[in-house]
Design a protein around this ligand. Structure first.
Ligand code: SAH
Length: 352
C-alpha cells in the first residue's frame, strides 16, 4: 500500500486521518506543530506523541521523500541555493534570499517545464512531472530550516523556481492554502508571488479565487513577433490577449500586477523597445521588474551593459511606470532558474 504523505495533508485532512485512527483531535494539533513549527524531518522527533502512534505513522505515512542533495551558499550568506532530490530521482531547486532579517523562499512547482522559453534553463529537458503538494511543502520545510539556522525565518514565498505554477494549478493552490494556515507556516498571501509565463485561462481562474497574492507575469518582449520567438506560449496566448487578461485581473482583484522583463543584450533591451513596453502597459495597475539576464551555459543570450539597463529603466520611469531593477542575487551560485538542476541532470548525478 502506498504510504500517505503527511505533508500532502492540510490541517483538516490531518485531523480527519487521525480521527479515523481513533485518535483525539489534539494529536493532530501536536503533529501539525511538529511538522510546520518545529520543522521536523521524521516522526521519531515528535517526542510528545505516544510511541505506538509514532510507529503507526512511520508504517503508514511518509514525509514527501525530499532531501537536500546540494547546498550552495553565497560568500555573503545572502543567498542559499538548495538542490532537492525527490523519490523518483528527479531534482528541483529552491533558493533562500535574505532581506535584512528575514528571508524570501523561491520554490519550484514542477520538475522541468514544458513552456520552452528560449533563454530559460528550466525548460531545456522539458517537463518531467508536476510536484505534489507534499513535495512543495517539503521544499518549504527544508528552506525554512535553512533560514532558522541562519538566524531568521521565511516571511515571503515566490514561485519562481523551476516550472510553470499555473500548469500545476490545483497542487499549487492547495500548497498556498497550506502554507498560509495560521497554526502552521502562517504566511500571508500578501507575501506570496506567483509567477506565470502567461497562461490566460489560469490567470482568469486565479482572479476568481480572490486571494491577495501578487501575480507576476513574464513579458520579456513588447511585441507579438519578438515574444513569439522568445516564448512559444505566445503563439497560444498572444501578448494582446495576455495584456487584456491582466487588465481584467487587476480590475477584479484590485491588486497590482508585476511584469517581469529579462533584459537580453541586443534582443529586447533598446530604448525603443522600452517605449513600446511603456505604450503596451500604460494605464494598467502594474509594476515592472527588470531582470538583467542571468547567463545560462547552453544559451547565446547575453546580459546588457549596465548603462543600457539604466536607459531602459529611465524610459519607463519617464512614462510614469513603476519600475525596479532586480537586485543581483546568487548569479555566483547559479541561482538562475533551473541552472543547478540542469547541471546535475547533465552530469548524471544520482539521488542519495
Ligand atoms: N514559469 C514562471 C516562473 C519562471 S521563473 C514564469 O515564466 O514566470 C521566474 C522568472 O525568471 C521568469 O520571468 C523567467 O522568464 C525568468 N528567467 C528564466 N531564466 C532566466 C535567466 N536566465 N535570466 C533572467 N531571468 C530568467
Amino acid at each position: 500500500m502506498a504510504k500517505i504523505d503527511l505533508r500532502n495533508l492540510d490541517r483538516h485532512e490531518l485531523t480527519e486521518l487521525l480521527r479515523s485512527w481513533g485518535e483525539p483531535s489534539y494529536r493532530a494539533d501536536q503533529i501539525y506543530n511538529w511538522l510546520y513549527r518545529n520543522l521536523v524531518l521524521s516522526v521519531e522527533e515528535m517526542t510528545n506523541v505516544p510511541v505506538k502512534l509514532r510507529q503507526r505513522l512511520t508504517e503508514e505515512t511518509s514525509l514527501s521523500n525530499i532531501y537536500v542533495q546540494e547546498r550552495h551558499c553565497s560568500p555573503d550568506i545572502n543567498t542559499v541555493k538548495l538542490l532537492f532530490s525527490l523519490a523518483d530521482g528527479q531534482a528541483v531547486e529552491g533558493v533562500l534570499l535574505r532581506y535584512r532579517r528575514w528571508f524570501s523562499a523561491c520554490l519550484s512547482s514542477q520538475a522541468g517545464c514544458r513552456m520552452g522559453c528560449a533563454f530559460c534553463a528550466s525548460t531545456l529537458g522539458g517537463l518531467a512531472r508536476n510536484l505534489t503538494v507534499g513535495e512543495m511543502t517539503g521544499e518549504m520545510v527544508l528552506l525554512a530550516r535553512e533560514a532558522r539556522q541562519l538566524g531568521g525565518e521565511v516571511r515571503s514565498v515566490v514561485l519562481m523556481g523551476t516550472g510553470e505554477p499555473l500548469d500545476n494549478y490545483n497542487n499549487v493552490l492547495k500548497f498556498l492554502a497550506h502554507i498560509t494556515e495560521p497554526s502552521g507556516f502562517n504566511l500571508s498571501y500578501r507575501r506570496i508571488t506567483l509567477s506565470t509565463c502567461g497562461l490566460i485561462p489560469g490567470i482568469r481562474k486565479l482572479a476568481k479565487e480572490e486571494l491577495p497574492l501578487t501575480l507576476a507575469v513574464s513579458l520579456h518582449a513588447p511585441t507579438e513577433e519578438l515574444r513569439n520567438n522568445l516564448m512559444p506560449i505566445n503563439k497560444v496566448y498572444p501578448l494582446s490577449e495576455l495584456i487584456a487578461a491582466c487588465y481584467q485581473y487587476a480590475q477584479t482583484t484590485g491588486r497590482r500586477i508585476t511584469f517581469e522583463y529579462a533584459l537580453l543584450a541586443g534582443v529586447n533591451d533598446s530604448a525603443y523597445q522600452a517605449q513600446q513596453l511603456a505604450d503596451l502597459i500604460k494605464g494598467l495597475l502594474c509594476h515592472v521588474n527588470l531582470i538583467p539576464f542571468n547567463p545560462v551555459a547552453e544559451s547565446n543570450f547575453r546580459r546588457p551593459e549596465t548603462s543600457r539597463v539604466e536607459v531602459f529603466y529611465q524610459v519607463l520611469r519617464q512614462e510614469g511606470i513603476s519600475v525596479t531593477v532586480r537586485r543581483e542575487l546568487g548569479s555566483d551560485i547559479s541561482a538562475a532558474c533551473g541552472q543547478l538542476r540542469r547541471r546535475v541532470l547533465k552530469e548524471g548525478a544520482s539521488p542519495p
